[in-house]
Design a protein. Structure first.
Length: 303
């Protein structure tokens, strides 16, 4: 079975890439994340609409891996991380979302456009509970995503139900998300919480709190994660078992398992792809308020 790894690798020298025309800072240069990360297995969505097609712009695999960078939304940090930034005001990916994102979308085709982006094709993966025909047609069966990151900034303005929350990793299906991992820090707290949502094809989605609380009035979580604090997560799916793990140096792993037997993903035609970055979950705050995270490691695999 095909195995895809997106990994960190050293380089002798860093390629400086001039800012795109969408950047607000003129005559500046940024370092492209592709100088340190293999990004051929991803495409990127950023919250601008330069081609004026009514949707957020996408940077496809080959362009992304050939030195794309933006000082506003996507660049390599001084300490070697891949920075994602999404302000509240900006272009959206579709009419079905009200939120902005600077986010990678897994592309198993790695630039081979003979594989269609959508559908059960070599570009996407399926669960091992899916029909045999889908497993044969997909680019992978079951999957794992590992990330090490720090959330640098969350929104502090807007409605209480939206302030301070951002999605930092997902498995996305056709129309649903088997998992969305949230980081949330309220303005009065020094540390943030981690929780995730599981959205079945049928029935209502469920939320699982892992560190702290998702409450709009949550107290400061004693074992929470501060801004700029590095931590890791792993999303793993084998069949109907979804496992999410949060890892921090010197602390016990926090693990949660969700049984997806009744979630409806064993039907034919249900394809998956990983997403990572920042998906800002605030649409009510100040236009220039933003979410930002820096990823230091990102890997996906399909056994």
């Amino acid at each position: 079975m095909q195995k895809l790894m997106t990994y960190t690798t050293g380089v002798a020298s860093l390629l400086l890439v001039a800012l795109s025309s969408s950047a607000n800072v003129s005559a500046a240069e940024v370092i492209a994340p592709s100088t340190k990360f293999d990004l051929l297995g991803w495409k990127l969505s950023i919250p601008v609409d330069e081609d004026e097609n009514g949707k957020a712009d996408e940077i496809k695999e080959k362009q992304l891996n050939a030195g794309y960078a933006s000082a506003d939304f996507f660049y390599l940090s001084e300490d070697g991380g891949m920075v994602f930034k999404a302000p509240i005001k900006g272009a959206k990916t579709s009419k079905n979302t009200s939120y902005t994102r600077s986010e990678l979308r897994g592309m198993l085709r790695r630039g081979n456009t003979r594989n269609k982006t959508t559908g059960v094709t070599g570009n996407n993966w399926v669960f091992s509970t899916s029909p045999a025909a889908d497993q044969a047609a997909a680019g992978g069966i079951d999957g794992t995503m590992d990330a090490t990151l720090a959330v640098n900034h969350v929104t502090s303005t807007g409605k209480g139900s939206q302030v301070g929350r951002v999605i930092i990793g997902q498995i996305h299906a056709n129309h649903n998300e088997p998992v969305r991992i949230y980081y949330r820090k309220l303005p009065g707290n020094s540390k943030g919480s981690i929780y995730y949502a599981h959205e079945p094809v049928v029935n209502k989605e469920i939320y699982v709190e892992m560190i702290g609380s998702k409450s709009n009035s949550a107290s400061n979580p004693s074992d929470g994660i501060a801004l700029d604090e590095k931590f890791s997560y792993q999303i793993n799916v084998v069949g109907n078992t979804l496992k999410v793990t949060i890892m921090r140096p010197g602390k016990n792993d926090v693990v949660s398992v969700t049984d997806m037997t009744e979630s409806g993903y064993d039907q034919g035609g249900k394809y998956m792809y990983f997403k990572a970055g920042v998906y800002n979950q605030n649409k009510s705050g100040d236009a220039d308020d933003y979410a930002q995270a820096t990823f230091y490691q990102l890997a996906t695999s399909h056994p």
